[in-house]
Each structure stands twice: as C-alpha cells, then as structure tokens.
Design a protein around this ligand. Structure first.
Ligand code: FES
Length: 167
C-alpha cells in the first residue's frame, strides 16, 4: 500500500491513512458502508469531506449515496464536534420542568446555539428528545454523565468545571 494522500479542508490537513486502513479491512465486503462510516467517525470525530471522497472512491458509491446515509442516521456527523458533548433534553417531562432555561444557560455561557460547536472545539451543544431519565427531569447529559433535577445555576457550575479542567 502506498503512502496516504493528504488533502486540505478548512485550513486542516487530513491524514487519510487511518481511513485507508479501515477501508482495507472491508475490501470486497458488500453492504459495509455503515460500519465503515462508524469506524471512520470514531477515528476522526466526524465525517470530513476528504474522507467521504475516499470512501466514495474505494466503495464505488456515489457521494450522494454516502451523504444520504450520513444525514439519515443521527449517529453520523458531518461537522466537527467538541471534546465534550452537552445534551439538553427537550422531551415532555423536561420541557414541563423548564429545560428551556437550561438551554438558555448553555447558550449564554458558551455563546453557541444548538447543534453548534465552540471555536476551541471544547463543547458541542445539542437539544435532544427524551434521554430516558424523566424521573429526574430536567436532565442534561455531558458526555456520559447524567445530571438530573438540574437548575441553570447548577448547570453553569458543571460547565465551569469542564472549562477549568481544560487548563
Ligand atoms: S423527557 Fe427528559 S429525560 Fe425524558
């Protein structure tokens, strides 16, 4: 196998060698697009344009097929995500318990809206449907940590903790 090509996107150089290794593992395997995209996203954090182009070439699939799959499934992301993922539940139980105030606190604190990532790529903020913890509504999940019966002030303290641990 030759040396991996490098392409530039949005001022970043993308090393395609990891994607090539993943694609080599699936050489000749039919219907492997989803596991390939999952492994590539695990490795790169999100599905970047140069990597999607490589997947298209190697699996002989059109870009529209790949983008169609990547946008259909919520698990895939076409934009950079933060080191920490903040999920504010907007399900009914959390809505009743004023989850909107929690979203407002994230927006105020991090200066990003839902589905955006901070410039330093520390945080991505998402508003999601029921997280399955309605008994402790309103609920916010940061990475894998579940925070229930949360007030905006408590959420601010939690966010500050992540920011302080960055230093
Ligand atoms: S509605 Fe928020 S956890 Fe169920």
């Amino acid at each position: 196998m030759g040396k991996a090509k490098k392409k530039t996107v949005q001022d970043e150089t993308v090393d395609l060698s990891m994607a090539e290794k993943i694609l080599d593992q699936y050489r000749g395997v039919d219907g492997c697009l989803i596991p390939v995209l999952q492994k590539i996203q695990d490795g790169y954090g999100y599905l970047q344009e140069p990597v999607i182009n490589l997947v298209s070439e190697r699996l002989n699939l059109s870009l529209s097929e790949i983008i169609g799959v990547a946008t259909f499934y919520a698990q895939f992301h076409l934009q950079a995500r933060g080191k920490h993922i903040i999920k504010v539940c907007c399900g009914t139980a959390c809505h009743v318990k004023k989850a909107k105030n929690l979203s407002a606190k994230v927006i105020d604190r991090l200066k990003i809206n839902a589905n955006e990532t901070t410039e330093d790529r520390m945080f991505t903020f998402e508003e999601v449907s029921c997280l399955g913890a309605c008994g402790i509504a309103p609920v916010v999940v940061v990475d894998k940590d579940v925070h229930g019966t949360l007030s905006p002030d408590k959420l601010a303290d939690i966010l500050d903790g992540y920011t302080e641990s960055k230093a």
